[in-house]
Design a protein around this ligand. Sequence first.
Ligand code: PRX
Length: 693
Amino acid sequence: MAAKHKTSLWHLLCRAGVSYRQGSCYSSRYVAVPKVLQGQGQSSRVPRRDTHTLRPDVGASYRELYDTSVQDPDTFWGSIARDRLLWSKAFTQVQNCDITQGRISWFLGGQLNVSENCLDLHARRNADRVALIWERDEPGTELNITYGELLETTCRLANTLKRYGVQKGDRVAIYMPVSPMAVAAMLACARIGAVHTVVFAGFSAEALSGRIQDAQCKAVITCNQGVRGGRVIELKKTVDVAVKTCPTVRQVFVAQRTDTRVPMGRLDVQLEEEMAKESPECKPVPLDSEDMLFMLYTSGSTGKPKGIVHTQAGYLLYAALTHQYVFNYQQGDVFGCVADIGWVTGHSYVVYGPLCNGATTVLFESTPIYPDPGRYWETVQRLRINQFYGAPTAIRLLLKYGEDWVNKYDRSSLKTLGSVGEPINHEAWEWFYNVVGEGKCPLVDTWWQTETGGICISPRPSEEGAEILPAMAMRPFFGVQPALMDEEGNTLAGNDVNGALCLSQPWPGMARTIYGDHQRFVDAYFKPYPGHYFTGDGAYRSKEGYYQITGRMDDVINISGHRLGTAEIEDALDEHPDVPETAVVGIPHDLKGEAAFAFVVLKDNVSLSHSNIHKELKALVSSKIAKYAVPDDFLIVKRLPKTRSGKIMRRVLRKIAMDQTGDLGDVTTLDDPSVITEIVDVYNQYKSLSPKS
Ligand code: PRX
């Protein structure tokens, strides 16, 4: 796709109220590569060693390729990595993994630069090809950013970071709205070997500060404000509060998203002004395959959020390959993943996968219902989106508004639909497939995790025309070998079985460690089922041998596709001076998939009214984590059901919260079973006061 109207990032930022030195709005020249090579990333420096023919584009069947990928992963991944990535130095060993120890290394001895693969490679071929379409909050105000423009912006930003002392290996927090500057910030870090940690711009100051502290970030990149759903979000204010408790932060770089000037303090640097002083070129630093690329904090069942670490080559290759094959992305397509860049979906399928493939990728800044529930489909029509990738929670919300909001708009550009983040229920799947896609586009339910780097189980890739069953992730991607385990840790053979979902073989995209705590990484993922990576999810293998994810097996809940440990919410609630103990469980929710339900024990003689306590507890969760983490229900109880060894029996609380009090299962191990009647009575009272439809 060529630029519709050529808009440099400089121009658009100028329009957003930033003044530049004269001449800073750029013009650049790019050196064309003499021969446009087939495929994505053939190296111009390292000669191709194309002796293998196991590329997924040579006509072998999915089954054959899959079998090779698991039986001979070195040949499979080695040949694809040589073929598709631009290497500064060829790797000498495809992998050195021992998953019993949590040791995962791919493409050893090799060096490359991710930003060069995502930008320079494509800019050299055609600098005017559109890299990003920034679908800003107000419909109809989208901006196209070409590969040439994004490369220049990235280089200027990288040079700015360098000038302020950010070096290879330093961590940089990015707290920004979905925007080209945020993408440039990620790629600028990648260009100089700094490690980015993007924090979702909906997280509170305290959550942001916790992540910055854990990662010991040297710098933060943010915006003055964000704009979403017609509302202004005070990002810089949040950062100001957060960095007060972050002694490692030396600079806060502030980009301008709106015209509003915000107070600037001792650490603050106006980003665009500094970038304007910089050279538009910045040599990409060759990095070892296993140098860190980024970390992303995600919730586990215990403790604080963990910094999941991804490295350079393996992650990039896996994101790019899955992007192409799961969605059947073709050169020239407009790829529309509406996730926020603060989540792993945004990393892999808004930024790294599409850009590595030279795609045009949409940055969606708004919400599904702004200014009305037709927003997604109006955007599809206006931008001629070919692949649309979103979350079930949004689909469930939109289907309630009816089909007219969809039918109003031309969706004939759509070729593939995708769903991610949580199980998609049948009703949502059918609506997405039949109403949005008019039954013409394959709908891929993609299962994966922050830790897996990219999609691991999904109906595609498979032969054209192979069956896709509704609401099922179905088939493993190349190199992924699922196993289901029983409670004793035995691998379940055959079909029509339910078990703990493990992946039995390393693949290049998998996480390498938890930042600063490798033992936690080993304990969480590799100890439960020795010799396997444990996902934390349960799954069913159908009679046909397809996989269906049944949900988390641990104390992690999934609210609107966002993962959260119940322990994190409890920790926030327990900070209330009148609250000695709480238990939070996840229960099904029509729109959000799951919602948090909190059981709260109060100290004796608390003077505050229950409604005031509720208000304070809500405010606590919102300020300690984020608004989306606030429980929908609070039930004040005298005590919690505990086993004789003192463990809270959450299973019982979940049943009560789901109004299934007639079937509580085995409660014989409870220290005092009478607690159940107590809680059920309070619950029934609560229900009668706030009946739910
Ligand atoms: O429980 C699974 C659920 O989301 C978890 C991973 O969350 P996160 O790391 O935040 O990444 C979300 C985006 C990849 C998984 O352990 N999950 C994700 N996709 C699906 C899913 N559950 C069912 N079906 C899916 N397609």
